[in-house]
Design a protein around this ligand. Sequence first.
Ligand SMILES: Cc1cc2nc3c(=O)[nH]c(=O)nc-3n(C[C@H](O)[C@H](O)[C@H](O)COP(=O)(O)O)c2cc1C
Length: 147
Amino acid sequence: MTNVVLIYGSTTGNTEELSEHVAAGLKQAGAEVTVKNVADASVDELALYDAVVFGCSTWGDGELQDDFVDFHEAMGGISLEGKKAAVFGPGDSEDYPDTFCEAVGILEDALKKCGAEIVLESLRVDGDVEPAFDESETWGSKVAEAL
Ligand SMILES: Cc1cc2nc3c(=O)[nH]c(=O)nc-3n(C[C@H](O)[C@H](O)[C@H](O)COP(=O)(O)O)c2cc1C
């Protein structure tokens, strides 16, 4: 069974809610999933898993959610060669058209630089997250199938 860690950063709880649905989808498709808030995670732990899924909202003007900032910086020194990865996150294209879900792209780039393989196109959720719960679950299952 593929061992996946899902690490999320969430200020108002939207990414956290999406994470529950992504994790449910991953499990339905047969993955073993550990869900962690990035505030309680360290980059060293990534070595323990076959695959990494990051969930992160975008704040400021196209920046990572606050709790992800230090984690992202710490990724600069590690290798994720041989690991599979995927990224999702909510954003708001109406209020932030120029920086919509930029955190997702920042984390994709960081994963690639560490040598991880992105196995599925990232999921960017626009606006309210509740209507995207089913889509998130389906996306999670597709990620697990691609591992
Ligand atoms: C001050 C502020 C800045 C934001 N900046 C962006 C942004 O640059 N790009 C974007 O797509 N969404 C932006 N958003 C929208 C959030 O990413 C969105 O509300 C998200 O669902 C929050 O998720 P969280 O509760 O998991 O942190 C911003 C929201 C606020 C309140």
